[in-house]
Design a protein around this ligand. Structure first.
Ligand code: FES
Length: 195
């Protein structure tokens, strides 16, 4: 069962996350410097506030709100923490703790192309770990990272429902099976030529 935001947020606060995400703007004890208007443009701010308003009545809505923000904006900006906390009546530390606890939540925009490599059991038994190592070398980044040129974001994923064709990957939403390092390189080369 997925942990609730309050539990994770409280744990994060105990670990000291409050030092980077105090509950109140201007808290002299904290170093939270992200200003909503500085880092969220008007469209982003409107989207965050709309999502919070739409979902805040759900039970334990934080995870759902963060998923919706990521789906809408492509990531969860640090500056979204304050309006989410305010809208859901949580502390900023609680929201910040959940965003940083789950790798699924991107804290920066993804690259132009998202490469998701399946790391679940069936794919592992067919060489997914070695393929991931190859991908890291080929792209020069680890999981949850984006190449410096902004072209590729590399992510792990856990079962694409394509186990019969392991190891599997998804590139920009398109499924690929029976991947080898050579085939991976071909796909990356093809993507690199596209916008
Ligand atoms: S385990 Fe990789 S697609 Fe199912």
């Amino acid at each position: 069962m997925i942990a609730q935001g309050k539990d994770i947020g409280q744990a994060a606060a105990r670990r000291g996350s409050r030092a980077t995400a105090p509950d109140k703007p201007g808290d002299p004890a904290g170093t939270y410097t992200c200003c909503l208007m500085k880092t969220l443009d008007a469209a982003q701010e409107a989207a965050v506030r709309r999502i919070v308003a739409e979902l805040k009545g759900r039970p334990g809505p934080l995870i759902e709100v963060l998923h919706a923000i990521q789906q809408d904006l492509g990531y969860v900006p640090e500056a979204a923490v304050a309006p989410v906390a305010e809208g859901l009546n949580l502390s900023r530390a609680e929201v910040h703790g959940v965003v940083t606890f789950y790798h699924h939540f991107r804290r920066a925009p993804a690259g132009a192309h998202t490469v998701s490599l399946c790391q679940a059991e069936a794919c592992q038994s067919m060489g997914a770990l070695a393929l991931a190592e190859h991908a890291r070398r080929r792209l020069g980044v680890g999981f949850h990272e984006t190449t410096p040129d902004g072209r590729f974001t590399l992510e792990p994923i856990y079962c694409l429902g394509n186990c019969a064709c392991s190891p599997a990957a998804m590139i920009d939403g398109k499924l690929h099976g029976r991947l080898t390092p050579a085939r991976f390189d071909e796909l990356i080369a093809a993507q690199a030529k596209s916008p």
